[in-house]
Design a protein around this ligand. Structure first.
Ligand SMILES: [Fe+2]
Ligand SMILES: [Zn+2]
Length: 360
């Protein structure tokens, strides 16, 4: 038994085999795994640090299997050694930029829906490459709803729950014309744009109109490496985006690249058609346009882009905070009907975790 130093920030001790252990005192008290500090039924934390007037260890008793800590308020904690030495990090497949010969595998729609091994491979590929291609999904209206079993609930936005994309003289968006659509992602006009987009081609008898996909994060990482100062401008300067029709008005003003606390890219927001007029009096506007022009030229010439014909019965799913999608111009007016719907990336990751759990 070792007496602890009162009010210490860290608690240090040696295991009987000589190994050192050190951890913040507040962390140790916070993660106490005992049944009065946890809701046993749910594994949630129950003790709240703020309810404790003083957090200090009084006695430390390490054995080969774990350590018992006596706290000044009379509580006793026991921590198995394996618990203290674990990283407690959740690992999901990390994204990887496309390699030179990357092309998405095509998974059978019914197998993806019904076979857990197929779904596990397909979702793992999706989390790595940002793309999932499904074939033999048929031509039935609303088929995308069935993907909820694997991708989680549909993420609704204003406009339709399932969008119909056909050439339509009354359409609210350039997608409803036969014009080419440069690489973009949808709903840049939302503070949190949908993070997964599924596009189901019901019928494609048109000439032209090839689908395009582009590894946006892959290009951004090249850009960051080659011109870090310009990349930083794209992370800093807010840009307005708007999508609207007669009944709806959506608007967000955010930098086109958003990073997390570790400096990793989390959202690439890119839509030439939805981008609004920036204030030319803002001194940042010139710097932004320099960087934006350089990045956009790169997007048009990158080898991290693929073009292919999405056939009737195929579904293309993209991680839309990363992958930009587009379309070449439709040359003839042969019947072409596409439906799209949105999902959320967190829910797709959840599905892989649950599949692994059921496998174990
Ligand atoms: Fe789109
Ligand atoms: Zn406890």
């Amino acid at each position: 038994m070792v007496m602890a130093t009162k009010n210490a920030l860290h608690l240090d001790f040696q295991w009987p085999d000589g190994g050192d252990f050190s951890a913040p005192v507040l962390w140790l008290r916070d993660v106490c795994p005992c049944s009065s500090c946890r809701v046993t039924q749910t594994q949630e934390k129950r003790v709240h640090l703020a309810s404790l007037d003083c957090v200090a260890a009084e006695a430390i008793d390490p054995t080969h299997e774990g350590v018992t800590i006596g706290w000044v308020d009379g509580h006793t904690s026991y921590y198995p050694r394996a618990f203290l030495e674990a990283t407690h990090a959740r690992i999901t497949p990390a994204w990887k930029p496309w390699c030179e010969d990357y092309f998405p595998n095509c998974y059978d729609f019914l197998a993806f829906q019904s076979d857990d091994d197929c779904a596990t491979s397909a979702i793992t590929e999706f989390l790595t490459s940002g793309v999932l291609l499904l074939g033999a999904a048929g031509q039935e209206d609303g088929t995308l709803e069935r993907l909820s079993a694997r991708l989680g609930p549909v993420r609704e936005v204003l406009f339709e729950r399932i969008h119909n994309v056909k050439v339509d003289p009354l359409g609210y968006n350039v997608a409803h014309t036969s014009l080419a659509l440069p690489p973009h992602n949808d709903f840049a006009s939302y503070s949190w744009p949908p993070s997964v987009q599924a596009l189901h081609m019901l019928v494609n008898d048109a000439v032209g109109g090839n689908s395009t996909i582009l590894d946006g994060w892959g290009v951004l990482e090249e850009f960051r490496r080659d011109d870090p100062a310009a990349f930083d401008v794209l992370c800093r300067v807010p840009v307005p985006f708007r999508e609207f029709d007669e009944h709806n008005e959506t608007y967000a003003c955010e930098p086109i690249v958003q990073l997390n606390a570790r400096g990793q890219i989390v959202i690439f927001r890119y839509s030439n058609q939805l981008m609004q007029v920036m204030d030319h009096r803002n001194p940042e506007t010139a710097a932004f346009y320099d960087a934006y022009y350089a990045l956009s030229r790169r997007l048009l010439s990158t080898n991290l882009s693929r073009s292919f014909r999405l056939e009737g019965g195929q579904i293309l799913v993209v991680a839309s905070h990363r992958i930009l999608h587009g379309r070449e111009a439709i040359e003839s007016s042969g019947h072409r009907h596409l439906q799209d719907a949105y999902f959320e990336h967190d829910n797709v990751r959840n599905r892989l975790t649950v599949l692994a759990r059921s496998h174990d």
